[in-house]
Write a protein that binds this ligand. Structure first.
Ligand code: FES
Length: 159
């Protein structure tokens, strides 16, 4: 077993050696969308590794390619579904904001203010700023998210 720590909460969870960091996120009940089902082609499991990067498996070409499309990526970015935990000392910081998988994910929030930034599931771009009211026209304007996700899933069949 190996321990993964979360910077924002200070909590630590144990995962099996070689489990991916996504398992730690799920154990921590982090609301992670896993829009691509853990195939390394979306942004919804994007995390930052604050320390202990050397205790993770190296980045694959696919992960590199996905992160290269992500505007918020930094050298400490990883995809939780692709990074496997081999050693101790991994500390994870979660990106600020909530990824959506479909524009309909926001329907129940119409009329409310966004509690945190709402982010595109592939590019990580901010779709709705924190504190902005989510209106029906905002949700309608995000229909492109559905198109992007459909293209992503169709394209991923060849991977
Ligand atoms: S769940 Fe899509 S890249 Fe990890």
């Amino acid at each position: 077993m190996k321990t993964v720590a979360f910077l924002q909460t200070g909590r630590r969870v144990e995962v099996k050696t070689e489990a991916n960091v996504l398992q730690a996120l799920l154990a921590e009940r982090t609301p992670v969308k896993m829009a691509c089902g853990g195939r390394g082609i979306c942004a919804t499991c994007h995390i930052y590794i604050e320390s202990g990067a050397q205790a993770l498996t190296p980045m694959t070409k696919k992960e590199e390619r996905t992160l290269s499309l992500l505007g918020e990526a930094t050298p400490s970015s990883r995809l939780a579904c692709q990074a496997r935990v081999l050693g101790e000392g991994v500390v994870v910081r979660l990106p600020k904001g909530l990824y959506i998988e479909r524009s309909a994910d926001l329907t129940e929030l119409i009329g409310r203010r966004a509690e945190s930034r709402i982010l595109h599931p592939i590019s990580g771009k901010t779709l709705v700023e924190e504190g902005k009211i989510i209106t029906r026209s905002v949700v309608n304007a995000l229909a492109q998210v559905d198109v992007d996700m459909q293209r992503l899933m169709e394209g991923s069949r060849d991977l």
